[in-house]
Design a protein around this ligand. Structure first.
Ligand SMILES: [Zn+2]
Length: 251
């Protein structure tokens, strides 16, 4: 599986470079300064959830609650089903939700009408799971890539893009490689004086992981190391004087 993942990683970077060279595309990567996010402030975002393991999301929510940190969860439509309790917790505990596609597919050829209908479907499934309606205005494009023209259409339509200030490669990290990754991530945010941090509580690797990968602690699809990582990140950066903010500070 590791070999397969490495090949995929290389292919993904090659695709990203090709797409960007084409000049008609952009990424959601930006700097803290361009976001007007003041120094020493960090927004935590969690992608590709709800997690395949509900215990992962519950632990993450416990940690966020303990530290009084309001995060933003980028969720995929097909994963909402059966996760009503987690979704209710996310909302009732003051976190935000971003639409992150139906099936983690790219938005390179889709129309605004398609996007709107997919976002509506997301809101509908969310409603079925939690029993009340929530309007979603935030969007994090899968893999962080979208065309310039689509980005302009989204913005004109009132959709807010959820940016990131680092290239998140934690999807390729497993429990064994996580300590080094966390250390590098903390140092990066310290050097950049804050920003929007991305961690993945769910797995959308390609080829799609099997049930076995989700429970195998040596697989990058297993996200059980993420709650502890979050605890270390929040504690360390708080001790260094950083403040964790909600998305409201950026909108
Ligand atoms: Zn994603």
């Amino acid at each position: 599986m590791d070999k397969k993942l490495n090949i995929f990683k290389i292919k993904l970077y090659a695709l990203a470079i090709l797409v960007l060279l084409n000049n008609s595309c952009t990424t959601i990567l930006t700097t803290r300064e361009r976001l007007n996010l003041s120094e020493n402030k960090i927004l935590i975002t969690l992608d590709d959830g709800p997690s395949e393991l509900q215990s992962v999301d519950n632990e993450i929510l416990d940690i966020l609650k303990q530290h009084n940190v309001k995060a933003c969860f980028s969720l995929v439509t097909y994963k909402l089903k059966g996760n009503g309790e987690i979704l209710k917790r996310i909302i009732s505990e003051g976190h935000s939700i971003a639409f992150h596609s139906r099936n983690h597919e790219l938005y390179l050829t889709k129309s605004l009408i398609q996007f709107e209908s997919e976002k509506q479907e997301f809101e509908e499934v969310l409603y079925q799971e939690i029993g009340y309606r929530v309007k979603i205005t935030l969007f994090r494009p899968p893999v962080g890539i979208l065309t310039n023209s689509f980005k302009n259409k989204l913005t004109a339509n009132g959709t807010k893009i959820l940016y990131a200030t680092h290239n998140p490669t934690d999807t390729f990290i497993n429990k064994n490689s996580s300590p080094k990754y966390i250390e590098n991530l903390i140092n990066y945010f310290d050097k950049k004086k804050g920003g929007i941090l991305v961690l993945h509580n769910g797995s959308e690797l390609f080829p799609r992981p099997t049930e076995y990968d989700f429970i195998d602690v040596n697989s990058a699809a297993n996200r059980e190391w993420v709650p502890e990582a979050l605890e270390i990140i929040i504690t360390t950066l708080k001790n260094r004087g950083y403040q964790f903010v909600s998305i409201d500070e950026l909108l």
